[in-house]
Design a protein around this ligand. Structure first.
Ligand code: NAD
Ligand code: TYD
Length: 353
Protein backbone atom coordinates (compact mmCIF):
# COMPACT_ATOMS: atom_id res chain seq x y z
CA UNK A 1 0.00 0.00 0.00
CA UNK A 2 1.07 3.57 -0.68
CA UNK A 3 0.12 7.04 0.45
CA UNK A 4 0.82 10.19 -1.54
CA UNK A 5 2.10 13.05 0.62
CA UNK A 6 2.65 16.60 -0.63
CA UNK A 7 5.21 18.87 1.04
CA UNK A 8 7.08 16.01 2.70
CA UNK A 9 10.41 17.86 2.58
CA UNK A 10 9.10 20.65 4.81
CA UNK A 11 8.93 20.88 8.59
CA UNK A 12 5.69 19.02 9.35
CA UNK A 13 5.92 16.76 6.29
CA UNK A 14 9.35 15.47 7.33
CA UNK A 15 8.16 14.73 10.86
CA UNK A 16 4.93 13.16 9.58
CA UNK A 17 6.76 10.83 7.19
CA UNK A 18 9.37 9.82 9.80
CA UNK A 19 6.61 9.09 12.34
CA UNK A 20 4.45 7.24 9.81
CA UNK A 21 7.30 4.96 8.74
CA UNK A 22 8.54 4.41 12.31
CA UNK A 23 5.03 3.23 13.21
CA UNK A 24 5.20 0.64 10.40
CA UNK A 25 3.12 2.72 7.97
CA UNK A 26 2.91 2.07 4.25
CA UNK A 27 5.20 3.42 1.55
CA UNK A 28 5.22 7.19 0.95
CA UNK A 29 5.40 8.90 -2.43
CA UNK A 30 6.35 12.49 -1.68
CA UNK A 31 5.46 15.28 -4.14
CA UNK A 32 7.49 18.35 -3.25
CA UNK A 33 8.89 21.27 -5.21
CA UNK A 34 11.85 21.65 -2.84
CA UNK A 35 11.31 25.40 -2.42
CA UNK A 36 13.50 27.33 0.03
CA UNK A 37 11.45 25.65 2.83
CA UNK A 38 11.91 22.07 1.63
CA UNK A 39 15.12 20.19 2.29
CA UNK A 40 15.75 16.96 0.31
CA UNK A 41 18.52 16.01 2.77
CA UNK A 42 15.93 15.51 5.57
CA UNK A 43 14.73 12.18 4.17
CA UNK A 44 17.61 11.28 1.85
CA UNK A 45 18.60 8.36 4.14
CA UNK A 46 15.33 6.53 3.45
CA UNK A 47 15.30 3.89 0.70
CA UNK A 48 12.96 4.43 -2.29
CA UNK A 49 10.92 1.45 -1.09
CA UNK A 50 9.89 3.54 1.93
CA UNK A 51 10.05 7.12 0.65
CA UNK A 52 10.05 7.99 -3.03
CA UNK A 53 10.65 11.65 -3.80
CA UNK A 54 8.79 13.07 -6.81
CA UNK A 55 10.22 16.53 -7.37
CA UNK A 56 7.50 18.78 -8.76
CA UNK A 57 4.73 21.29 -8.29
CA UNK A 58 1.29 20.55 -6.82
CA UNK A 59 -0.10 22.78 -9.59
CA UNK A 60 1.21 20.38 -12.26
CA UNK A 61 -1.94 18.41 -13.10
CA UNK A 62 -0.22 16.06 -15.55
CA UNK A 63 2.39 15.12 -12.95
CA UNK A 64 -0.23 14.57 -10.21
CA UNK A 65 -2.31 12.42 -12.60
CA UNK A 66 0.76 10.35 -13.43
CA UNK A 67 1.66 9.79 -9.76
CA UNK A 68 -1.90 8.74 -8.92
CA UNK A 69 -2.13 6.33 -11.89
CA UNK A 70 1.32 4.84 -11.27
CA UNK A 71 1.14 4.36 -7.49
CA UNK A 72 -2.63 4.07 -6.88
CA UNK A 73 -2.34 5.51 -3.34
CA UNK A 74 -4.98 4.71 -0.74
CA UNK A 75 -4.80 8.31 0.52
CA UNK A 76 -3.42 11.75 -0.25
CA UNK A 77 -2.09 13.85 2.64
CA UNK A 78 -1.80 17.45 1.46
CA UNK A 79 0.75 19.48 3.41
CA UNK A 80 2.53 21.43 0.65
CA UNK A 81 2.07 25.15 1.09
CA UNK A 82 3.67 28.52 1.32
CA UNK A 83 3.48 28.79 5.10
CA UNK A 84 5.11 31.96 6.44
CA UNK A 85 2.78 34.87 7.33
CA UNK A 86 5.46 37.57 6.92
CA UNK A 87 6.33 36.38 3.41
CA UNK A 88 2.60 36.34 2.55
CA UNK A 89 2.47 40.03 3.47
CA UNK A 90 5.42 41.03 1.31
CA UNK A 91 4.80 38.59 -1.61
CA UNK A 92 1.24 37.15 -1.58
CA UNK A 93 1.11 35.82 -5.17
CA UNK A 94 2.95 32.55 -4.43
CA UNK A 95 0.42 31.84 -1.64
CA UNK A 96 -2.49 32.05 -4.06
CA UNK A 97 -0.65 29.87 -6.58
CA UNK A 98 0.42 27.07 -4.26
CA UNK A 99 -2.22 27.17 -1.52
CA UNK A 100 -5.30 27.90 -3.65
CA UNK A 101 -4.53 26.79 -7.22
CA UNK A 102 -2.37 23.89 -5.95
CA UNK A 103 -5.08 22.63 -3.60
CA UNK A 104 -7.68 22.91 -6.36
CA UNK A 105 -5.43 20.99 -8.78
CA UNK A 106 -4.93 18.19 -6.25
CA UNK A 107 -8.66 17.99 -5.48
CA UNK A 108 -9.52 17.73 -9.16
CA UNK A 109 -6.87 15.09 -9.85
CA UNK A 110 -7.70 13.09 -6.72
CA UNK A 111 -11.43 13.22 -7.45
CA UNK A 112 -10.85 11.87 -10.98
CA UNK A 113 -8.63 9.12 -9.50
CA UNK A 114 -11.18 8.25 -6.79
CA UNK A 115 -13.92 7.94 -9.42
CA UNK A 116 -11.89 5.19 -11.15
CA UNK A 117 -11.78 3.16 -7.91
CA UNK A 118 -14.42 0.61 -6.98
CA UNK A 119 -15.66 -1.25 -3.91
CA UNK A 120 -13.49 -1.28 -0.80
CA UNK A 121 -10.72 0.81 -2.44
CA UNK A 122 -13.18 3.58 -3.23
CA UNK A 123 -14.69 3.45 0.28
CA UNK A 124 -11.28 3.56 1.95
CA UNK A 125 -9.79 6.43 -0.10
CA UNK A 126 -9.11 9.65 1.86
CA UNK A 127 -7.90 13.16 1.02
CA UNK A 128 -6.49 14.82 4.14
CA UNK A 129 -6.16 18.60 3.89
CA UNK A 130 -3.78 19.98 6.52
CA UNK A 131 -5.10 23.44 7.31
CA UNK A 132 -4.40 25.85 10.15
CA UNK A 133 -6.17 27.46 13.12
CA UNK A 134 -5.21 30.81 11.56
CA UNK A 135 -8.24 30.53 9.22
CA UNK A 136 -10.43 31.40 12.25
CA UNK A 137 -8.77 34.80 12.76
CA UNK A 138 -7.87 36.36 16.09
CA UNK A 139 -9.27 35.86 19.63
CA UNK A 140 -9.69 38.45 22.40
CA UNK A 141 -8.01 37.51 25.72
CA UNK A 142 -11.17 36.05 27.31
CA UNK A 143 -12.72 34.44 24.22
CA UNK A 144 -13.19 30.67 24.31
CA UNK A 145 -10.81 28.74 22.02
CA UNK A 146 -11.71 28.05 18.36
CA UNK A 147 -13.94 25.04 17.75
CA UNK A 148 -14.64 23.27 14.46
CA UNK A 149 -17.76 25.47 14.19
CA UNK A 150 -15.91 28.80 14.50
CA UNK A 151 -16.47 30.90 11.37
CA UNK A 152 -13.65 31.53 8.91
CA UNK A 153 -12.23 35.04 9.47
CA UNK A 154 -8.69 35.03 8.04
CA UNK A 155 -6.58 38.17 8.47
CA UNK A 156 -3.39 37.54 6.46
CA UNK A 157 -2.88 36.55 2.83
CA UNK A 158 -1.51 33.22 4.20
CA UNK A 159 -4.58 32.41 6.30
CA UNK A 160 -6.92 33.61 3.53
CA UNK A 161 -5.25 31.25 1.07
CA UNK A 162 -5.54 28.33 3.52
CA UNK A 163 -9.21 29.21 4.17
CA UNK A 164 -9.83 29.12 0.41
CA UNK A 165 -8.55 25.53 0.50
CA UNK A 166 -10.93 24.76 3.39
CA UNK A 167 -13.88 26.01 1.34
CA UNK A 168 -12.88 24.00 -1.72
CA UNK A 169 -12.47 20.83 0.35
CA UNK A 170 -15.87 21.34 1.97
CA UNK A 171 -17.48 21.92 -1.43
CA UNK A 172 -15.90 18.77 -2.90
CA UNK A 173 -17.40 16.69 -0.09
CA UNK A 174 -20.84 18.32 -0.31
CA UNK A 175 -21.02 18.40 -4.12
CA UNK A 176 -19.28 15.19 -5.18
CA UNK A 177 -19.25 13.13 -1.99
CA UNK A 178 -15.45 13.23 -2.30
CA UNK A 179 -14.00 11.71 0.92
CA UNK A 180 -11.98 14.65 2.19
CA UNK A 181 -11.12 15.43 5.81
CA UNK A 182 -9.65 18.71 7.13
CA UNK A 183 -7.51 19.45 10.17
CA UNK A 184 -6.87 22.83 11.80
CA UNK A 185 -3.73 22.75 13.90
CA UNK A 186 -2.19 25.43 16.10
CA UNK A 187 1.45 26.63 16.00
CA UNK A 188 3.97 23.80 15.74
CA UNK A 189 7.52 23.72 17.08
CA UNK A 190 10.23 21.06 17.01
CA UNK A 191 13.01 19.63 14.81
CA UNK A 192 13.42 20.61 11.13
CA UNK A 193 11.47 23.89 11.31
CA UNK A 194 12.81 26.47 8.90
CA UNK A 195 14.48 29.25 10.92
CA UNK A 196 12.27 32.05 9.58
CA UNK A 197 9.61 30.97 12.14
CA UNK A 198 9.63 32.38 15.67
CA UNK A 199 11.08 29.59 17.82
CA UNK A 200 13.96 28.39 15.60
CA UNK A 201 14.82 31.98 14.63
CA UNK A 202 15.11 32.91 18.31
CA UNK A 203 17.24 29.84 19.13
CA UNK A 204 19.62 30.41 16.23
CA UNK A 205 20.01 34.14 16.79
CA UNK A 206 20.49 33.66 20.54
CA UNK A 207 23.19 31.04 19.92
CA UNK A 208 24.97 33.50 17.62
CA UNK A 209 24.62 36.41 20.10
CA UNK A 210 22.44 38.31 17.58
CA UNK A 211 19.38 40.51 18.29
CA UNK A 212 16.09 38.70 19.06
CA UNK A 213 13.39 40.65 17.15
CA UNK A 214 10.09 40.72 19.07
CA UNK A 215 7.15 42.12 17.08
CA UNK A 216 5.27 44.90 18.92
CA UNK A 217 4.78 44.31 22.64
CA UNK A 218 5.45 40.55 22.40
CA UNK A 219 2.22 39.74 24.23
CA UNK A 220 0.58 37.94 21.30
CA UNK A 221 -0.53 34.45 22.32
CA UNK A 222 -0.13 31.18 20.39
CA UNK A 223 -1.21 27.64 21.38
CA UNK A 224 2.00 25.63 20.87
CA UNK A 225 2.08 21.95 19.94
CA UNK A 226 5.12 19.74 19.38
CA UNK A 227 5.31 18.71 15.73
CA UNK A 228 5.51 15.01 16.62
CA UNK A 229 2.17 15.32 18.43
CA UNK A 230 0.69 17.03 15.36
CA UNK A 231 2.06 14.24 13.15
CA UNK A 232 0.46 11.59 15.40
CA UNK A 233 -2.85 13.44 15.26
CA UNK A 234 -2.69 13.52 11.45
CA UNK A 235 -2.17 9.74 11.34
CA UNK A 236 -5.14 9.28 13.65
CA UNK A 237 -7.39 11.49 11.53
CA UNK A 238 -6.20 9.75 8.37
CA UNK A 239 -7.14 6.32 9.74
CA UNK A 240 -10.22 7.16 11.82
CA UNK A 241 -11.52 10.58 10.73
CA UNK A 242 -14.91 10.74 9.05
CA UNK A 243 -15.20 12.11 5.48
CA UNK A 244 -16.58 15.63 5.37
CA UNK A 245 -15.50 16.33 8.96
CA UNK A 246 -12.88 18.71 10.27
CA UNK A 247 -10.80 18.25 13.42
CA UNK A 248 -8.99 20.86 15.49
CA UNK A 249 -5.55 19.94 16.82
CA UNK A 250 -4.12 21.96 19.70
CA UNK A 251 -1.39 21.60 22.29
CA UNK A 252 -3.20 22.94 25.37
CA UNK A 253 -0.20 25.27 25.75
CA UNK A 254 -1.11 28.89 25.29
CA UNK A 255 1.89 31.15 25.77
CA UNK A 256 2.70 34.81 25.05
CA UNK A 257 5.65 35.27 22.68
CA UNK A 258 7.76 36.90 25.41
CA UNK A 259 7.17 33.91 27.72
CA UNK A 260 8.33 31.55 24.96
CA UNK A 261 11.41 33.66 24.34
CA UNK A 262 12.24 33.76 28.05
CA UNK A 263 12.01 29.96 28.19
CA UNK A 264 14.37 29.58 25.20
CA UNK A 265 16.82 32.05 26.77
CA UNK A 266 16.75 30.28 30.16
CA UNK A 267 17.81 27.00 28.54
CA UNK A 268 20.63 28.70 26.62
CA UNK A 269 21.84 30.64 29.69
CA UNK A 270 22.47 27.20 31.21
CA UNK A 271 24.03 25.47 28.20
CA UNK A 272 25.75 28.31 26.29
CA UNK A 273 26.23 31.27 28.66
CA UNK A 274 27.15 34.60 27.04
CA UNK A 275 30.48 36.18 28.09
CA UNK A 276 28.48 39.11 29.53
CA UNK A 277 24.79 39.31 30.50
CA UNK A 278 21.90 36.97 29.69
CA UNK A 279 20.40 35.90 26.38
CA UNK A 280 17.17 37.79 27.11
CA UNK A 281 19.21 41.02 27.00
CA UNK A 282 19.44 40.43 23.21
CA UNK A 283 15.65 40.92 22.81
CA UNK A 284 14.66 44.04 20.83
CA UNK A 285 11.11 45.21 20.20
CA UNK A 286 10.67 45.88 16.47
CA UNK A 287 7.78 47.25 14.38
CA UNK A 288 4.72 45.02 14.65
CA UNK A 289 3.52 42.81 11.78
CA UNK A 290 0.60 44.47 9.90
CA UNK A 291 -2.74 42.80 10.77
CA UNK A 292 -0.98 40.76 13.47
CA UNK A 293 -3.39 38.27 15.07
CA UNK A 294 -3.40 38.78 18.83
CA UNK A 295 -4.32 35.34 20.06
CA UNK A 296 -4.92 31.81 18.75
CA UNK A 297 -6.24 28.97 20.92
CA UNK A 298 -7.70 25.66 19.88
CA UNK A 299 -10.35 23.45 21.45
CA UNK A 300 -9.43 19.91 20.36
CA UNK A 301 -12.04 18.06 22.40
CA UNK A 302 -13.61 16.57 19.24
CA UNK A 303 -10.28 14.91 18.39
CA UNK A 304 -9.54 13.98 22.00
CA UNK A 305 -12.96 12.56 22.86
CA UNK A 306 -13.84 11.22 19.39
CA UNK A 307 -10.53 9.73 18.26
CA UNK A 308 -8.65 9.40 21.57
CA UNK A 309 -5.88 11.96 20.93
CA UNK A 310 -3.79 13.48 23.70
CA UNK A 311 -0.60 15.54 23.18
CA UNK A 312 2.43 13.65 24.52
CA UNK A 313 4.83 16.56 25.09
CA UNK A 314 4.52 19.15 27.83
CA UNK A 315 5.56 22.53 26.42
CA UNK A 316 8.57 23.04 28.76
CA UNK A 317 10.00 19.58 27.95
CA UNK A 318 9.27 19.85 24.22
CA UNK A 319 10.80 23.31 24.04
CA UNK A 320 13.95 22.28 25.87
CA UNK A 321 14.36 19.23 23.59
CA UNK A 322 13.91 21.53 20.58
CA UNK A 323 16.60 23.94 21.78
CA UNK A 324 18.96 20.97 22.18
CA UNK A 325 18.06 19.70 18.67
CA UNK A 326 19.10 23.03 17.09
CA UNK A 327 22.30 23.15 19.17
CA UNK A 328 23.17 19.61 18.07
CA UNK A 329 22.25 20.08 14.38
CA UNK A 330 24.15 23.17 13.31
CA UNK A 331 25.14 21.62 9.94
CA UNK A 332 21.40 21.26 9.16
CA UNK A 333 20.85 24.92 10.06
CA UNK A 334 23.80 25.97 7.90
CA UNK A 335 22.53 23.89 4.97
CA UNK A 336 19.06 25.53 4.97
CA UNK A 337 20.16 29.11 5.60
CA UNK A 338 21.15 29.73 1.98
CA UNK A 339 21.66 32.97 0.09
CA UNK A 340 17.85 33.36 -0.12
CA UNK A 341 17.60 33.15 3.68
CA UNK A 342 20.29 35.76 4.16
CA UNK A 343 18.46 38.03 1.70
CA UNK A 344 15.21 37.59 3.74
CA UNK A 345 17.02 38.52 6.97
CA UNK A 346 18.47 41.61 5.31
CA UNK A 347 15.23 42.87 3.73
CA UNK A 348 12.80 41.93 6.52
CA UNK A 349 14.91 42.60 9.64
CA UNK A 350 17.79 44.69 8.32
CA UNK A 351 20.24 42.17 9.81
CA UNK A 352 22.70 39.62 8.46
CA UNK A 353 21.40 36.01 8.53
P1 NAD B 1 6.98 24.38 5.35
O1 NAD B 1 7.00 25.75 4.75
O2 NAD B 1 8.05 23.99 6.32
O3 NAD B 1 7.01 23.28 4.19
C1 NAD B 1 6.23 23.41 3.03
C2 NAD B 1 6.69 22.36 2.03
O4 NAD B 1 5.87 22.49 0.84
C3 NAD B 1 8.14 22.50 1.58
O5 NAD B 1 8.78 21.24 1.56
C4 NAD B 1 8.03 23.07 0.17
O6 NAD B 1 9.10 22.69 -0.68
C5 NAD B 1 6.71 22.46 -0.31
N1 NAD B 1 6.06 23.25 -1.38
C6 NAD B 1 5.85 24.58 -1.38
N2 NAD B 1 5.24 24.94 -2.55
C7 NAD B 1 5.06 23.79 -3.26
C8 NAD B 1 4.48 23.49 -4.52
N3 NAD B 1 3.95 24.47 -5.29
N4 NAD B 1 4.45 22.22 -4.94
C9 NAD B 1 4.97 21.22 -4.17
N5 NAD B 1 5.56 21.44 -2.98
C10 NAD B 1 5.59 22.72 -2.52
O7 NAD B 1 5.53 24.24 5.99
P2 NAD B 1 5.10 23.45 7.32
O8 NAD B 1 5.30 24.33 8.48
O9 NAD B 1 5.71 22.09 7.30
O10 NAD B 1 3.52 23.34 7.07
C11 NAD B 1 2.97 22.22 6.37
C12 NAD B 1 1.46 22.40 6.28
O11 NAD B 1 0.91 22.49 7.59
C13 NAD B 1 1.05 23.68 5.55
O12 NAD B 1 -0.05 23.37 4.73
C14 NAD B 1 0.65 24.64 6.66
O13 NAD B 1 -0.35 25.54 6.23
C15 NAD B 1 0.11 23.67 7.69
N6 NAD B 1 0.24 24.10 9.11
C16 NAD B 1 1.44 24.53 9.61
C17 NAD B 1 1.54 24.90 10.95
C18 NAD B 1 2.86 25.34 11.55
O14 NAD B 1 2.89 25.76 12.71
N7 NAD B 1 3.98 25.24 10.84
C19 NAD B 1 0.41 24.85 11.78
C20 NAD B 1 -0.81 24.41 11.24
C21 NAD B 1 -0.88 24.04 9.90
P1 TYD C 1 5.41 32.65 13.41
O1 TYD C 1 6.38 31.60 13.84
O2 TYD C 1 5.69 33.43 12.17
O3 TYD C 1 3.97 31.94 13.33
P2 TYD C 1 2.50 32.61 13.09
O4 TYD C 1 2.65 34.02 12.74
O5 TYD C 1 1.99 31.79 11.94
O6 TYD C 1 1.76 32.39 14.37
O7 TYD C 1 5.23 33.69 14.61
C1 TYD C 1 4.80 33.29 15.89
C2 TYD C 1 4.61 34.53 16.74
O8 TYD C 1 5.90 35.16 16.92
C3 TYD C 1 3.74 35.58 16.06
O9 TYD C 1 2.96 36.25 17.05
C4 TYD C 1 4.73 36.55 15.45
C5 TYD C 1 5.91 36.50 16.42
N1 TYD C 1 7.23 36.77 15.82
C6 TYD C 1 8.09 37.72 16.39
O10 TYD C 1 7.74 38.38 17.40
N2 TYD C 1 9.30 37.93 15.82
C7 TYD C 1 9.72 37.25 14.70
O11 TYD C 1 10.85 37.51 14.22
C8 TYD C 1 8.84 36.26 14.14
C9 TYD C 1 9.26 35.48 12.91
C10 TYD C 1 7.61 36.06 14.73
Amino acid sequence: MTILVTGGLGFIGTNFILGHLAAGGDRVVDLDLATYAGNPANLAHLPDGEHLLALGDVRDRALVDRLLAEHVPRALVHLAAESHVDRSISRPAAFIETNVVGTFTLLEAARAHWETLAGADRDAFRFLYVSTDEVFGSLAPDDPPFTELSPAAPNSPYSASKAAGDHLVRAYFRTYGFPAVTTHCSNNYGPYQFPEKFIPLMIINALAGKPLPVYGDGRQVRDWIHVEDHARALSLVLEKGAPGESYNIGGRSERANLEVLEAVCRVLDGTDPLPVGRHMDLAVHVTDRPGHDRRYAVDSSKLEEGLGFMPGYSFPDGLEATVHWYRANRPWVESVTSGGYREWMRTHYGMEG
